[in-house]
Design a protein around this ligand. Structure first.
Ligand SMILES: [Zn+2]
Length: 195
């Protein structure tokens, strides 16, 4: 196993990662960053506190929360995801802003899609906390990949409701990305929400 050493861009403390994680977390000053050829890029993130106790192992799972402007060019919507998209886009009928959640961990495609859809449809309510509890899962989907997935995910949401969704045309522009660590319990091969 390859162990790499990376210095924190804020305090200089070296971090060692034995996992393949695209982000580096400094447990000294709690700065999170990823590396590019142009140098380190500090990431904004939040950690959600566990709100229920289960006799299972605790994990914090990363999700990209993408603040998006959605522009709706044409619509003929009678229900399902499209109607919700139109309503959620708070600027009115021609579009507005929504948060799109993209899981940043590797998951089976159906679970990935379901989590994205559930969180995007009803954004989680949580209290922020400063420290990770349990294990912090590595970020396998980087910010760029998450941004590219946003559009695609909305299309897969649509695909769930064929016939309803055919007459909407829209454009999604990601304005801002933040990493949100949500609490989960590992239950066999599935994840139980800790909220
Ligand atoms: Zn640091």
């Amino acid at each position: 196993m390859k162990v790499s050493q990376v210095k924190c861009p804020r305090c200089g403390k070296p971090s060692y990662s034995k996992f393949k994680d695209t982000v580096v977390y400094c447990d000294e000053c709690r700065t999170m960053h990823y590396r590019t050829e142009g140098g380190p890029v500090v990431i904004e993130y939040e950690i959600a506190e566990f709100q229920k106790e289960l006799p299972l192992r605790k994990f914090h799972l990363p999700f990209w929360r993408l603040f998006c402007n959605v522009t709706i060019f044409s619509e003929q919507v009678s229900g399902g995801w499209a109607a919700r998209l139109v309503n959620m886009a708070s600027g009115g009928g021609r579009g507005g802003s929504i948060f799109i959640f993209v899981p940043a961990i590797e998951l089976p495609p159906d679970v990935f899609k379901r989590m994205a859809q559930d969180l995007t449809t009803s954004p989680p309510q949580y209290r922020g906390t400063e420290r990770f509890v349990g294990d912090r899962m590595p970020v396998a989907v980087d910010e760029e990949a998450a941004r590219k997935l946003a559009d695609f995910l909305i299309l897969t949401f649509e695909a769930e409701k064929p016939g309803v969704m055919q007459n909407i045309r829209y454009q999604v522009d990601v304005q801002h990305a933040k990493l949100i660590y949500l609490p989960f319990y590992q239950d066999g091969t599935s994840w139980q929400p800790g909220l």
